[in-house]
Design a protein around this ligand. Structure first.
Ligand code: UDP
Ligand code: MG
Length: 343
C-alpha cells in the first residue's frame, strides 16, 4: 500500500488546510474542540478553515456552531436538513473543502488535532493521503475485538487493499478529496473509498483518545451497517461463497447417487422411494446454490455498473498536451465536481 513518493512538494506560502468535522449532538465539546483545532492549525503556520457539518443535531450544537462562526470567520458551518449519518456528513464536508489539503476528523476529541502537523509533514514529503493508524483504542474489549477482526476480515476479502486500523482520521490532498467527493457510491465507506482512489498513501501511528462523554453517536447497529457497506461495496466474497456451496453439493449429489444406486441395483437394501427421494433433493439443492451463484454474477456486475466508479484515475501525465489527456482528472477543472454532487 505504502509507495515511496517521487517528489517533495515545494514549500508554499499561504497553504490552506480544511478541517472537516461532522457533528451530531456534541455541544459540550465544540468550544474546546474549536480552540484545539485552531491552535493545531496555527502551529503548522498555515491558513485554515474549520468546516463543521451539523448533521441534524438536537442538543443546541447548531446554534453554538453559528455563534462560533460569528466570532471567527475561519469557522464555517454546514447545517444538514436532518440527520443523514456520519458518512454522509463527511461527504458533505469534503465536497465543501477548498483547502490545499483536507483533514477529516471526529468532533469528539478522540482524534488528536495535534496530529495535523505530522500529517502535513508527510504530505510535504510528497504523499497524497496520510491516514492515522489507530493505536490504544479506549473502547471495551468486545468492541476492540470486533474492530480488530473487521479490519482484518475486510482486508482479506476486499479487492482493494486497505490498511488495517485506519478509520476516517487523516489528511488527503485536495485532488484526492475531489476524487473521493466525485465518487457516486451511495453506500459509502470513506476509509475504503480513500484506499480505492490510490495515489501515494502512507500511515502515521496515532493514539486514539477516549470519547469525551463516553457515549458514541454511531450506535452498534450503525457500525454493523457500516461494516456491511464496507464488505459489500469492496468485496464479492459473500456471493462467491455460493459457488463453493454449489460445487460441494454437486459433489455430495454424485457420491450419494453412486451409493444409492449401488444399493438399489445390487444389494436390494434400498427402501422403496428412498433412492429417488434422496437423489432428487440433493440434485435440486445443488442446482439452487449454483443458480444463486450465477445470479450473483449478474447482480455484482449490475451493482458495479450502477455505482459507476471510474475505471481508472490518472495521477499525472508526462509529455501529453492538455487536449490529449483522457481520464478522470480532465473533468476536475470544469465545474463537474459540483454538478455531480448536486445530481
Ligand atoms: N456523527 C455524525 N452523524 C451521525 C453520527 C455521528 O455526524 O449520525 C459524528 C459524531 O458527532 C462524531 C463522528 O461523526 O464527530 C463520529 O461519531 P462517533 O464518535 O460516534 O463514532 P466512533 O468514533 O464511535 O466510530
Ligand atoms: Mg468517535
Amino acid at each position: 500500500m505504502t509507495r515511496q513518493p517521487e517528489f517533495v512538494r515545494p514549500a508554499r506560502e499561504a497553504l490552506l488546510i480544511s478541517v472537516v468535522l461532522p457533528v451530531y449532538n456534541e455541544s459540550k465539546v465544540l468550544e474546546t474542540l474549536t480552540r484545539a483545532v485552531t491552535e493545531a492549525i496555527r502551529e503548522t503556520g498555515c491558513d485554515g478553515e474549520l468546516i463543521y457539518i451539523n448533521d441534524g443535531s438536537r442538543d443546541g450544537s447548531g446554534e453554538l456552531l453559528d455563534r462560533l462562526a460569528l466570532a471567527d470567520p475561519q469557522v464555517k458551518v454546514l447545517h444538514l436538513s436532518r440527520n443523514f449519518g456520519h458518512q454522509a456528513a463527511v461527504q458533505a464536508g469534503l465536497a465543501h473543502a477548498r483547502g490545499d489539503v483536507a483533514v477529516i476528523m471526529d468532533s469528539d476529541m478522540q482524534d488528536d488535532p495535534r496530529s495535523i502537523g505530522r500529517f502535513l509533514e508527510k504530505w510535504r514529503e510528497g504523499y497524497d493521503v496520510v491516514y492515522a493508524i489507530r493505536t490504544g483504542r479506549k473502547e471495551n474489549a468486545v468492541k476492540k475485538f470486533l474492530f480488530y477482526s473487521f479490519y482484518r476480515v475486510l482486508n482479506a476479502i476486499s479487492r482493494t487493499p486497505m490498511p488495517p486500523d485506519a478509520g476516517n482520521f487523516g489528511l488527503v490532498d485536495r485532488r484526492v478529496a475531489e476524487e473521493i467527493a466525485r465518487l457516486r457510491d451511495r453506500d459509502r465507506y470513506y476509509a475504503g473509498l480513500r484506499s480505492w482512489v490510490g495515489f501515494r498513501q502512507t500511515g502515521v501511528e496515532v493514539e486514539r483518545g477516549p470519547r469525551y462523554d463516553g457515549r458514541p453517536r454511531v450506535s452498534m447497529l450503525g457500525l454493523w451497517r457500516l461494516a456491511k457497506s464496507a464488505i459489500f461495496s469492496f468485496s464479492s466474497f459473500p456471493l462467491s461463497l455460493f459457488y463453493a456451496i454449489g460445487v460441494t453439493s454437486m459433489a455430495v449429489f454424485f457420491l450419494l447417487g453412486i451409493f444409492v444406486l449401488y444399493h438399489k441395483l445390487f444389494t436390494g437394501l434400498a427402501i422403496p422411494g428412498w433412492a429417488s427421494n434422496t437423489m432428487v433433493s440433493s440434485f435440486f439443492g445443488a442446482m439452487n446454490a449454483l443458480g444463486i451463484a450465477v445470479l450473483g454474477e449478474y447482480v455484482t456486475r449490475i451493482y458495479d455498473q450502477v455505482r459507476d466508479r471510474p475505471l481508472y484515475l490518472v495521477d499525472r501525465w508526462v509529455n501529453f498536451p492538455e487536449d490529449r489527456r483522457v481520464g478522470q482528472h480532465v473533468e476536475l477543472n470544469n465545474g463537474c465536481v459540483e454538478k455531480v454532487l448536486e445530481s
